[in-house]
Design a protein around this ligand. Structure first.
Ligand code: HPA
Length: 262
């Protein structure tokens, strides 16, 4: 299995795949449940980040187990989805964004496979945290499908599970964040440590607190995702059909350390 989809809020089912099977993978961080299925002759892994009934909050997701499990299955390329609030008036509800940078405001999440001891210490490079090759394919396919998409954006990751205060959103705007969500960190960094290509398609579900005049609700986010979730599905399937190996360096990220080992 070389390709995986990680579905965020509103993307819980691999309905686009055929012959879907439940998989259970053991990792040093715990057991992971995921699904696999077939598309165009390729076996694809599908993982619902919050569980298939949205039962795992962002700060309790077992990010290390999830990424380890995908690596163990042989996955090389990951396309993830996230629902996000927007701080940028040009990125409107319903738009998709191929984020290319992040600001990490999470607190105390287990964010590395390298905690010293036998595995040692690793300082992974994240100059280009999201795979440029996957982002290019996703952008080209979105354009072909006439889907509104932004080629770049800075994702601010908060700890959650609460939404942000307007003062926090103002601060993130000053720091030039475009979008705010609760799950992209440490997922993107762990994928890089595991030497996998990783990209995120972010779906804007709302303007962030204080930009939007109304209080935010989770049902508003879920509703917006179900209205535009079809675009994400179409885009991911088109991108998978067009996937190739690229000229990126994601899969050599730890060459200085002798490579990632399971
Ligand atoms: N903030 C944080 N996470 C989110 C938001 C938001 O406004 N919308 C969707 N996910």
């Amino acid at each position: 299995m070389k390709i995986a989809i990680i579905g965020g809020t509103g993307v819980y089912d691999p309905t686009m795949l055929e012959n879907i099977q439940q998989q259970q993978v053991d990792t040093p961080f715990g057991e992971v449940q995921l699904k696999s299925g077939w598309y165009l002759g390729q076996e694809i892994a599908f993982m619902a980040r919050h569980g298939s009934h949205h039962s795992i909050p962002p700060h309790l997701i077992n990010y290390r187990a999830n990424i380890w499990a995908l690596k163990k299955l042989g996955v090389e390329q990951i396309i993830a989805t996230t629902a996000v609030g927007s701080l940028n008036r040009k990125m409107r509800p319903g738009d998709l964004v191929l984020v290319d940078q992040f600001l990490d405001f999470t607190k105390g999440r287990a964010a590395t496979f390298y905690e010293g001891g036998q595995r040692g210490v690793v300082h992974v490079d994240v100059t280009e945290p999201y795979c440029p090759h996957l982002r290019r394919i996703l952008y080209d396919e979105a354009r072909k499908l006439n889907i509104a998409i932004h080629q770049q954006g800075t994702y601010v990751c908060t700890e959650g599970p609460r939404f942000e205060s307007p003062a926090e959103i103002k601060m993130f705007s000053i720091l030039q964040g475009d979008l705010v969500g609760m799950t992209n960190l440490p997922e993107v960094v762990l994928a890089r440590e595991a030497e996998m290509c990783y990209s995120t398609v972010s779906m804007v579900t709302n303007f962030a607190a204080g930009i939007s005049a109304q209080p935010l609700t989770h049902s508003e986010v879920v509703e917006a995702m179900s209205l535009s979730g079809e675009n994400i599905r179409k885009l991911i399937m088109a991108a998978i059909a067009a996937l190739s190996d690229g000229d990126c360096h994601c899969r050599e990220a730890l060459s200085e350390y002798g490579g990632f080992k399971l």
